[in-house]
Design a protein around this ligand. Structure first.
Ligand code: ARG
Length: 275
């Protein structure tokens, strides 16, 4: 029996913020993917990013851009810049010194107006890297980057419940490398990336979730972005794509292998601006 059909899924237009990887490079290492001795190509990174950008536009989404700052090579990972829900903006506070200056660029960008409230987080908080909006509640990661205290801060600021999840595998150091929200109440995730307690929380809340196998997880297949119907994910994650198709989603593969050398992919490059 068919569980659902593709036509049952509806895409809704989104507004994204992205940052062109003009200054992309791997010059330091703050996660296990980053090896500064390995060659990287800003040109290839830029071409892959352009394709992702164009994919969003072709799918009918609006993409806004923040100007890249020289000396901040990780700024391409716009997901980390803030959390934006209900037109309210909580700008990130980064854990590592190499990224700390990105916050000023985001504060400046959001200060241009249109938001009901903008302020910077008090506790270390790496934006949508660790905070994923899942309908009513916010799924929040900790263990490597965002401070546990930031979970309460986010809950208070947005007036929404937060579900704390603990990450345990350093390769999946941000929540958005281990879990992706597909639609209200629907997620896909990599069980092994979470503590036993968090695995139980996820199993109970999302009994029908799509589970990623190891091979798909290490291609960053969970670093995906859904508009309710189209799920843009690394094209190497073929197992996840098949499971998505079975559930009535439309997987759209993207090649971001160059950016993976910095430990990021589709979702990391994209901050959703929720009005
Ligand atoms: N090199 C960056 C870091 O380690 C990659 C960030 C990836 N972003 C994400 N949303 N997971 O901070």
């Amino acid at each position: 029996m068919e569980r659902s059909t593709e036509s049952a899924r509806a895409a809704s237009p989104r507004r994204y913020l992205m940052c062109r990887p003009t200054h992309f490079d791997v010059t330091y290492s703050i996660n296990p993917w980053m090896d500064p001795s390995k060659p990287t190509s800003a040109e290839v990174g830029l071409a892959q990013w352009e394709e992702l950008h164009d994919t969003f536009v072709e799918l009918g989404h609006e993409v806004q851009l923040i100007e890249p700052v020289p000396g901040l090579p990780d700024m391409v990972f716009a997901a980390n810049g803030a959390i934006v829900i209900d037109n309210k903006v909580l700008v990130a506070r980064f854990r590592h010194s190499q990224r700390v200056d990105e916050s000023a660029a985001y504060l400046e960008w959001f200060s241009r107006g249109g938001w009901s409230e903008v302020r910077q987080a008090e506790y270390v908080n790496e934006g949508e890297g660790d905070f994923l909006f899942a309908g009513g509640e916010i799924l929040a990661g900790s263990g490597f980057r965002s401070d546990l205290r930031s979970h309460d801060e986010v809950s208070e600021f947005f007036g929404r419940p937060v579900v704390t999840l603990t990450l345990v595998d350093p390769r999946f150091y941000h929540l958005d490398t281990a879990l992706s929200v597909l639609a209200d109440g629907e997620i896909m995730y990599n069980r092994a990336a979470f503590s036993p307690e968090s695995q139980s929380v996820l199993a109970e809340r999302f009994p029908d979730a799509i589970l990623a196998d190891r091979a798909d997880a290490v291609t960053f297949g969970l670093n995906a972005l859904s508009d309710g119907r189209n799920v843009i994910l690394p094209q190497q994650a073929v197992g996840l794509a098949a499971q998505l198709r079975e559930r009535g989603y439309h997987p759209v593969g993207a090649d971001l292998t160059e950016l993976l050398k910095a430990g990021g992919s589709v979702k990391c490059c994209t901050l959703e601006l929720r009005g």
